[in-house]
Write a protein that binds this ligand. Sequence first.
Ligand code: SF4
Length: 319
Amino acid sequence: MNKIPVGVSQCLLGEKVRYDGGHKHNRYLTEVLADYFDYKPVCPEVAIGLGIPRKPIRLVFKDGDTRVVGIDNPELDVTHALKEQANIVAQQMPDICGYVFMQNSPSCGVFGMKRYRDNGYPQDSKGRGAYAERLIELMPFLPVEEAGRLNDAGLRENFITRVIAFNDWKQSVEREPSAKKLLDFYSRYKYQVMAHHVPSYYAIGRFLANMRERDLRTSCDEFFKLFMHALSHQATRKGNTNVLMHLRGYLKKDISGVEKQELSHLIESYRSGLVPLVVPLTLLKHHLLKLDNPYLKTQTFWSPHPENLGLRNHIVATI
Ligand code: SF4
């Protein structure tokens, strides 16, 4: 697999670009995911000329607007400059398939950033870093995550799955789109979408049934929106169990009663949270791949991400 271009907050790669001259090296990114991701590092605060070290900034909420201003010098307002930097990055890096942001940064933070009133008291935790916010506006389907949240097994798997699917779409369909390529693409992802979000599975089915009424570009855009929305939901134990049961249905006539019992027992153990997904999946794969059914063989549900990452070797809390 060619490495996938992914944007990243530069301090996460161990580069000393933080306001205090330090870094926030994330070893999972540099020692594990670096085998699969081709990082495109950006420090927006350095890029707009704030220098290293620099005076700290924070989010201030005033008159219904969130601004990024200096803590010591509230006259310093870098909101516009940070958003402009996001405009530049979106133009310079149209090929990125994901972005890992540093949390708790008034520039890069994505979730639950503290906002202050101009008297210095906290207002709420509903902010988003100005650079990250603008980039997400410009690239609304881009998989994004904060480095800190990658410690959660479910969020980590979901982010990596989305990055790989996003890249797959770009390679398989977006470059030279056709209705056939779109349908072939979705045919491979059907069970994975079912595992992530059943309502989206039905919505995409209805959409594709009426696709001829739209022009190709509109169809691709609308499909991709539905598809990425589906994957943005974590695949829960319930969702994965549903898919395992559907796949088991293909084996009705091909395995013995004892083998069926063994498989059902492992699926139930997974559903109850006693064993990780890899356990029933390995046995199911063993039986199903013998059927030599091309539709089943090409399902991304078997390996939505590199097996070396071991993302399905944990018991995920989300039921
Ligand atoms: S969080 Fe963003 S702005 Fe802050 S040092 Fe890291 S890359 Fe630069």
